[in-house]
Ligand binder design. Structure first.
Ligand code: FE2
Ligand code: FE2
Length: 165
């Protein structure tokens, strides 16, 4: 068992990760609608990665003899101006997840819950990588005019991305 407030915070993050998966599926759908199938593939895999993250929280709660509780999803944003708009929204989402993870770490530290601190280490690293990935994408997209040859080459490259589990 874990302290009630820590269990609630971990459970909230379990649900946040599912909400993040939901949001990335909506972004994939935006690209599918545009016919940019590579970008759609990238975002569908991103969505599945968020579900993998959610399951890490699920398993951790179960390991600590706590029961994960599913909450309602909110409607994600479905309309975007262009690819850059989607990637900027992705970076903003990741920054808010990072802030949530940091709050969890602070709470676990306050409570001297070392197992939880150790569990959360992986997420600190992961958020660094996720923010960098989207920052790099923004830089690349800003450097080209959407619709140009290089944009399409990038689309092909994203089409080759495979799910890592
Ligand atoms: Fe995540
Ligand atoms: Fe993420």
């Amino acid at each position: 068992m874990l302290p009630t407030n820590l269990t609630e915070a971990l459970n909230a993050q379990f649900n946040n990760e599912i909400q993040a998966a939901h949001a990335y599926t909506a972004m994939a759908s935006y690209f599918s609608g545009k016919g940019y199938h590579g970008f759609a593939n990238f975002y569908l895999i991103q969505s599945r990665e968020e579900h993998v993250h959610a399951m890490k929280f699920y398993q951790y709660l179960v390991t600590m003899d706590e029961q994960p509780v599913l909450q309602a999803l909110t409607e994600p944003r479905n309309q975007y101006a262009n690819a850059l708009d989607v990637v900027e929204a992705s970076l903003a989402q990741e920054k808010s997840v990072t802030a949530n993870i940091y709050k969890l770490v602070s709470l676990a530290d306050e409570l001297q819950e070392h197992a939880t601190l150790s569990f959360l280490d992986w997420f600190i690293e992961e958020q660094m990588e996720e923010e960098k990935m989207f920052r790099d994408m923004i830089i690349r997209i800003k450097g080209i005019e959407e619709g140009g040859e290089y944009f399409l080459k990038m689309d092909d490259e994203f089409a080759a991305r495979k799910l890592e589990e």
